[in-house]
Design a binder for this molecule. Structure first.
Ligand SMILES: Cc1cc2nc3c(=O)[nH]c(=O)nc-3n(C[C@H](O)[C@H](O)[C@H](O)COP(=O)(O)O)c2cc1C
Length: 366
């Protein structure tokens, strides 16, 4: 078996790389393309029961560039606008095309037990291996009490997770966290209390990608106006790594799907080193294509070999013990300086501990 294979919450991924919910997972055709390209898993675009109103606008994306290179991306896209009946067919078709790929249904609903449970059960009956609960979309849906509006309320996260776990018949349930909150460990622990086997973090960060200096209008501009949207891609990686690390430190027995700013193997390995079991990328494939997974697999394998790790599990969380408080950093530095100074000092009683010439050298100016 390949070194890159991971088993998370009983799901066997051929590598830990998973397509994040969004445009690269919007129907059966594109999800099959992702599996064919070599991704270990796909989280489908978020869906809800058919009577949920989803009306998208165009344009709905914006890019932040530095010297013509994309660094940040913003979207005001809603969840899937396809009827849920289409999704039932797409899940079946995708699973038929790629039986070994791990297919995760992403669901969002209003605050009604029956709706969440129906949606969960129908996704699983259509072939999904697991579910991700979208408690985190930062635009559009919060205005209607869904998405991040639920994710910012730990009691709701716990309760809705419990409803879905009850309907999931033992299949893994991951709760997707919003970063638009002060302490991400609070909803993560709430999801765990509700029975989630894992959390996915992070969804996009509420942002304003820019203002057009000619028209004075915020972007993306729709009929002269805009709304704050979800920020993603490389620029959000530092925030994502901090939040994944915080969840890993605060929880035990909860799997983490690290998301945010993954553009290559280095970004993905960093997520693993702060505690991620799997790593998702959404804007990465949108801007770079599904083929980016080849370099991610090669880079991860080379990294494991270089450090003598036999599996991804062995590398997971290896950076976590090096995070400490600022106060402790000051103490560590004072200790290190004292040790250095002591090494330079040379007293008469130390003659004879090494050879006499090195004692002479220590006392001789260069
Ligand atoms: C255009 C776009 C649409 C998205 N749609 C969804 C969605 O339907 N459901 C969801 O949970 N996350 C959605 N996301 C968020 C991503 O899955 C991911 O959490 C976020 O973009 C950060 O990862 P990235 O930097 O790899 O893109 C979307 C992101 C983008 C860019």
């Amino acid at each position: 078996m390949s070194k890159l294979a991971v088993t998370v919450d009983g799901l066997k991924f051929k590598n830990p790389f998973v397509i994040g919910s969004g445009p690269p997972s919007t129907n059966a055709k594109i999800m099959t393309k992702a599996f064919d390209a070599g991704w270990g898993g796909v989280v489908a675009k978020t869906t809800s029961l058919t009577d949920t109103e989803v009306v998208n606008v165009q344009p709905r994306y914006g890019k932040l560039k530095s010297d013509k290179t994309n660094v940040g991306f913003q979207n005001i896209e809603l969840i899937s606008d396809a009827p849920f009946e289409d999704w039932e067919n797409w899940f079946k078709e995708t699973k038929d095309n790629s039986p070994d790929g791990i297919l995760i249904g992403s669901i969002m609903e209003s605050y009604e037990k029956g709706r969440w449970q129906e949606l969960a059960a129908r996704c699983l009956e259509s072939g999904c291996d697991a579910l991700e609960l979208n408690f985190s979309c930062p635009h559009g849906h919060p205005e209607k009490g869904m998405g991040a509006a639920m994710g910012q309320d730990p009691a709701m996260v716990e309760e809705v997770t419990r409803w879905v776990v009850e309907a999931a018949g033992g299949k893994p349930v991951w709760a997707k966290m919003t970063p638009n909150i002060t302490d991400i460990t609070i909803p993560a622990l709430a999801a765990q209390r509700g029975g989630a086997s894992g959390v996915s973090a992070i969804n996009t960060i509420l942002a304003c990608i820019g203002i057009n200096l000619k028209t004075l209008r915020p972007q993306p501009t729709v009929e002269g106006h805009s709304t704050f949207g979800g920020y993603s891609y490389l620029a959000v990686k530092p925030i994502a790594l901090r939040m994944v690390a915080e969840i890993a430190q605060a929880t035990s027995g909860l799997s983490i799907s690290g998301i945010g700013g993954v553009t290559n193997s280095k970004d993905a390995i960093e997520h693993i080193l702060v505690g991620a079991h799997t790593v998702q990328s959404c804007t990465g494939p949108m801007l770079q294509g599904f083929g980016m997974v080849d370099e991610m697999c090669e880079g991860l394998e080379a990294f494991l070999d270089q450090h003598g790790f036999d599996s991804v599990d062995e590398a997971r969380g290896k950076a976590l013990s090096y995070f400490t408080t600022h106060h402790h950093l000051v103490e560590l530095q004072a200790d290190a300086r004292e040790k250095k100074a002591a090494a330079k000092r040379f007293r008469d009683k130390e003659w004879g501990e090494g050879d006499i010439q090195s004692g002479t050298d220590k006392l001789t100016s260069e």
